[in-house]
Design a protein around this ligand. Structure first.
Ligand code: ACK
Length: 304
C-alpha cells in the first residue's frame, strides 16, 4: 500500500506488485504468447490496467531484446506508441509492464480466428492506418533518438478501447545512427514485411519501416494477410497482386468486400496508392513517414 501511486512514476515494479496485479500470473489473466514469452493482464493497486510481458526462457536472444526494448521506449511517449510503464528485474524475473490495450492486435482484428467479433469499418481502418503512420513518423523524425522499429507488422500494432492503433514490440528496434545508412550484421524481422534491400543485403534505414508500413496498409484495406493471400491459381502475395492490378488499372479489386457503403472510392484508392509508393523496391523512392501522413489525410496529392 505504501507503493500505491508510486509505481507508475518510478518505472520499477516489485515482483510482489506484479504478482498481486496479475493474481499470481493466473491462467485466466493470460492474454497470449508473444515473441519472447507470455503476456498477462493485470490491475495495479491504483486501478491502472496493465499488460505484463514475461520473458520465458533465459535465452540470450530474448534477454537482449528485452533490455533493448527498455532502452528504446522507456523515454518515449506518443499517442500511437504503446506506453511502457516500467519493468521488474527481481528474483530472476524479467517483466515488462505496458499500458493495457483492450482490443488486442490489429492482426487478430483483421485476420485472426476471432475475426468477426470486432468489425473494422472503413473509418476505423483509415484511423488505424493514419495512426500507425503518425507513430512511425514520430519514431523516425520527431523523437530525439532516430529509431528504426525493424518489425512493423499487424501483430505488432495493438488497438485500444477506441480503436486507436499503437505500435508495440521494440525488441528489434535500432537507432538510425549513421545518417540513415546502416549495414546490419544480423538481419531480423518478419518475412513478407521486410524491405528487399534489408532482407537481401542488411542495408537498414528507416525506409525499411516505410516498406513494412506499406505492406500493413495494403493488408488493412484488403483485410488479408500479405503472405497468405493467393488469388486464383497463381502463387502470389497480396503485394504482387496489387502491382498486377495497378497495371490493369483495377486497384479497387483489392478492397475488402466487407467494407460496404461507407467506403469512399477516392479514399480507398488513395490508401492503396500510398501503400504502393511505400513498397517501392528502391528505398530512396519511398516517401518519408510525415509525407505518408499528409498523403493519407489528403494534404499531398499523389501522381498516378
Ligand atoms: O493479438 P493479441 O490478443 O494481442 O495476442 C497478443 C498477445 O498478447 C501476445 O503478444 C497481446 N498483447 C500484447 N501486449 C498487449 C497489451 N499491451 N495489451 C493487451 N494485449 C496485449 C497481443
Amino acid at each position: 500500500n505504501e507503493l500505491k501511486g508510486l509505481d507508475l512514476q518510478t518505472g520499477f515494479f516489485t515482483y510482489r506488485q506484479i504478482k498481486a496485479a496479475t493474481n499470481n500470473f493466473n491462467a485466466a489473466n493470460k492474454l497470449g504468447e508473444g515473441g519472447f514469452g507470455s503476456v498477462y493482464k493485470g490491475i495495479l493497486s491504483d486501478g491502472t490496467v496493465i499488460a505484463v510481458k514475461q520473458l520465458s526462457s533465459k535465452s540470450r536472444q530474448g534477454s537482449r531484446e528485452f533490455v533493448n526494448e527498455i532502452g528504446m521506449i522507456s523515454g518515449l511517449q506518443h499517442p500511437n506508441l504503446v506506453r511502457l510503464y516500467g519493468c521488474c528485474i527481481e528474483e530472476k524475473q524479467l517483466l515488462l509492464v505496458y499500458e493495457y490495450m483492450e482490443n488486442n492486435s490489429l492482426a487478430s482484428a483483421l485476420f485472426g480466428p476471432t475475426n468477426g467479433w470486432l468489425k473494422l469499418d472503413w473509418l476505423a481502418r483509415q484511423k488505424i492506418c493514419v495512426g500507425i503512420a503518425k507513430g512511425l513518423a514520430f519514431l523516425h523524425e520527431e523523437s530525439t533518438l532516430k529509431i528504426v522499429h525493424r518489425d512493423i507488422k499487424c501483430t505488432n500494432v495493438l488497438l485500444d478501447r477506441d480503436l486507436n492503433p499503437k505500435i508495440s514490440d521494440f525488441g528489434l528496434a535500432k537507432l538510425d545512427e549513421e545518417e540513415n545508412t546502416h549495414i546490419s550484421t544480423r538481419i531480423a524481422g518478419t518475412i513478407g514485411y521486410m524491405a528487399p534491400e534489408y532482407a537481401l543485403w542488411g542495408h537498414l534505414t528507416y525506409k525499411a519501416d516505410v516498406y513494412s508500413f506499406g505492406v500493413v496498409a495494403l493488408e488493412i484495406i484488403a483485410g488479408k494477410n500479405n503472405m497468405k493471400y493467393r488469388p486464383n491459381q497463381n502463387f502470389v502475395c497480396l503485394l504482387d497482386w496489387a502491382i498486377v492490378l495497378q497495371q490493369k488499372g483495377d486497384l479497387m479489386e483489392l478492397v475488402d468486400p466487407e467494407l460496404g457503403s461507407d467506403l469512399s472510392k477516392e479514399e480507398a484508392l488513395r490508401m492503396i496508392q500510398v501503400a504502393l509508393l511505400c513498397t517501392n523496391p528502391s528505398p530512396v523512392l519511398r516517401p518519408v513517414m510525415t509525407a505518408v501522413v499528409n498523403m493519407l489525410e489528403g494534404r499531398i496529392l499523389i501522381d498516378e
